[in-house]
Ligand binder design. Structure first.
Ligand code: SAM
Ligand code: SF4
Length: 439
C-alpha cells in the first residue's frame, strides 16, 4: 500500500507530515511520488491566510477529478483547516474520506482500516528522508490568542513534551545521521511551563547538548515577552546552539500591537533585541510583520517601516493581513485597509528589507563562515554546487576544489569552512576554504 502526502504551511506542518509518514512506514506502507499511484492521499493544510486555504481547495478539486477518472485512492484532509467540528467541511467536500485536526491522526488511520497509532511515532520508526536537518516539535498548541490568528483554535492549548521524550527523539535522529535539529513551538520560549518542575528552553538545550552527532541546534518561533535572560544566556553559552533568532514583531506601532493583543510594546521588543545583540555579538535576528491590519493608518505603518530600518533585521517575513473567520479580529474589528494599500505597504517593507539584507550580507564578503553541507544542486547557470546554511541560517552555495579540497570532496553532513565571494539579499556564494570536517 502506498501513500502520498502534500504539505503546505509552517515547519510544524512539515514535522506533522513526517510523523504520519513514519507511522505509515512502520505499518509497511511506502511513499508514492504522485497521487494517482497512491492508495491514500493526505493534504496537510494551513489556515493562516486565505491564500493557503485556497491552494488546498484547488488541490481537492484536482483530486476529485482524478478519482472521477478511475483512480481509487482515499482522500484525507488534515492540519489547520480542520476545526473542532468538521461538518462544514464534510458538507462542502463530501468525497473526502477523513478530516483530521493537527496531530490527531486517528480519523486517517480509521479510514484505511487501522486503530490510531497514538502518541509520537518514534523511536525506531522514522524512515524519513536522508536529510541532515530535522524539525522536532517540543511544545504543541498556543495559548496567546493574538486577535488575527487562527492557530490557537486549530492547534489547541500549549502542551510541552518532557525533556526525556525530546531527548529520546533527538538521540534517535542523531543515530540516523541528522546533524542539525530545530526545536519547534508556536511560542517556543513557553516550553516547559506546564511540566513538573517547569524546566525552560534553556534547560532543554542544556539537556540535549551532549548528544553525539548533533552539531547544531536552533529553535523557532520566539515570542518577545516569553524570552528571558536565562534562555538568552543558554544560547550564548552553549557552542552547538546557533546564533539565530526568529522573533516576530508583527507591527512597529503600539496601538496596532494593542489591537493585535500581542501582549508587549515596542519598548519591550527593542529591549529584548538589544539584550540578545549585547550577549551574542554574531547573532542574526529575523522577524515577521503583518501589514494592513484592521485600522492601520499611514502613520502607524510608518512606525513599522521605521522600526525595520532601525533594528536592521537579517530577514523579514511580511504578510498582508488576511481576516480569518472565528478569530477575535474577524468578529470585533473591521478589515478596513483597502487591498491596494495593503499591497503597497507589503512591497514597501519588502523593498526596504532587500536593501537592509543586501547591506548586512555584503559585510560577509571575504569572510570565512561555517556551513553545514545539506546537498548539491545546479545553480541558475547550470553549474553544480554544494549548498547549506551558516549558523546564522543564511543560505550558501559553494564550490569545492580550493585549499586542498578537491571537487566533490565535501560530503553531506560535513561542517565546511567557506570563503564568501559574492553576496545578495537572499544568499551567499563562495568556495570551500578548508577541508570540510565532520564535527
Ligand atoms: N507564533 C508566531 C508568532 O507569535 O508570531 C507565528 C505563528 S504564525 C503560524 C506565522 C506568521 O503568520 C505570523 O508571524 C504572522 O505574521 C502570520 N499571520 C498569522 N495570522 C495572519 C493573518 N490573519 N493574516 C496575515 N498573516 C498572518
Ligand atoms: Fe498565533 Fe499569536 Fe499564537 Fe503566534 S503567538 S501562533 S501569532 S496566536
Amino acid at each position: 500500500m502506498r501513500y502520498h502526502i502534500w504539505t503546505i504551511g509552517c515547519q510544524m506542518n512539515v514535522a506533522d507530515s513526517q510523523k504520519l509518514a513514519a507511522g505509515l512506514d512502520r505499518l509497511g506502507w511506502s511513499e508514492a511520488s504522485a497521487p494517482e499511484e497512491a492508495d491514500l492521499v493526505v493534504l496537510n493544510t494551513c489556515a493562516i491566510r486565505d491564500h493557503a486555504e485556497q491552494r488546498a481547495i484547488g488541490k481537492l478539486g484536482a483530486l476529485k477529478k482524478l478519482r472521477g477518472q478511475g483512480s481509487e485512492f482515499k482522500i484525507a484532509v488534515m492540519g489547520c483547516m480542520v476545526g473542532l467540528r468538521a461538518d462544514e467541511l464534510e458538507r462542502r467536500f463530501p468525497f473526502v474520506d477523513a478530516f483530521a485536526r493537527p496531530q490527531q491522526f486517528a480519523p486517517i488511520m480509521e479510514a484505511i482500516g487501522y486503530d490510531d497509532l497514538g502518541g509520537e511515532f518514534w523511536p525506531g520508526t522514522f524512515s524519513q528522508p536522508d536529510s541532515v536537518t530535522a524539525y522536532v516539535p517540543i511544545i504543541h498548541g498556543c495559548d496567546k490568542f493574538c486577535t488575527y490568528c487562527i492557530v490557537p483554535y486549530r492547534r489547541g492549548r500549549e502542551v510541552s513534551r518532557t525533556i526525556e521524550d525530546v531527548r529520546g527523539e533527538v538521540e534517535h535522529l542523531a543515530g540516523r545521521g541528522v546533524r542539525e535539529v530545530t526545536l519547534l513551538g508556536q511560542t517556543v520560549e513557553a516550553y516547559g511551563h506546564d511540566l513538573p518542575d517547569a524546566p525552560d528552553l534553556g534547560d532543554l538545550l542544556r539537556a540535549l547538548h551532549d548528544i553525539d552527532g548533533i552539531a547544531r541546534y536552533r529553535f523557532l518561533t520566539s515570542y518577545p515577552r516569553d524570552m528571558t535572560e536565562r534562555i538568552i544566556d543558554a544560547v550564548a553559552e552553549l557552542p552547538k546552539v546557533c546564533e539565530y533568532f526568529n522573533i516576530p514583531v508583527q507591527s512597529g506601532d503600539n496601538a496596532v500591537l494593542d489591537r493585535m493583543r500581542r501582549g508587549y510594546d515596542i519598548e519591550l521588543y527593542r529591549e529584548k533585541v538589544d539584550l540578545i545583540r549585547r550577549k551574542i555579538p554574531d547573532v542574526a535576528i529575523t522577524t515577521d510583520i503583518i501589514v494592513g491590519f484592521c485600522g492601520e493608518t499611514d502613520a502607524e505603518f510608518r512606525h513599522t517601516r521605521d522600526l525595520v530600518a532601525e533594528l536592521e533585521f537579517d530577514k523579514v517575513h511580511v504578510a498582508a493581513y488576511s481576516p480569518r473567520p472565528g478569530t477575535i479580529a474577524y468578529r470585533k474589528l473591521e478589515d478596513d485597509v483597502p487591498q491596494d494599500v495593503k499591497m503597497a505597504r507589503f512591497h514597501a517593507i519588502e523593498q526596504l528589507e532587500a536593501e537592509i539584507s543586501a547591506r548586512i550580507n555584503s559585510r560577509l564578503l571575504g569572510a570565512e563562515v561555517e556551513v553545514l553541507v545539506e546537498g548539491r544542486k545546479a545553480n541558475s547557470e547550470g553549474e553544480s554546487m554544494w549548498y547549506g546554511r551558516t549558523r546564522q541560517n543564511k543560505l550558501v552555495h559553494f564550490r569545492s576544489g580550493c585549499g586542498g579540497l578537491a571537487a566533490g570532496d565535501a560530503r553531506v553532513g560535513d561542517l565546511a569552512t567557506v570563503r564568501i565571494e559574492r553576496t545578495s539579499p537572499w544568499a551567499l556564494v563562495g568556495v570551500a576554504a578548508r577541508a570540510a570536517v565532520l564535527a
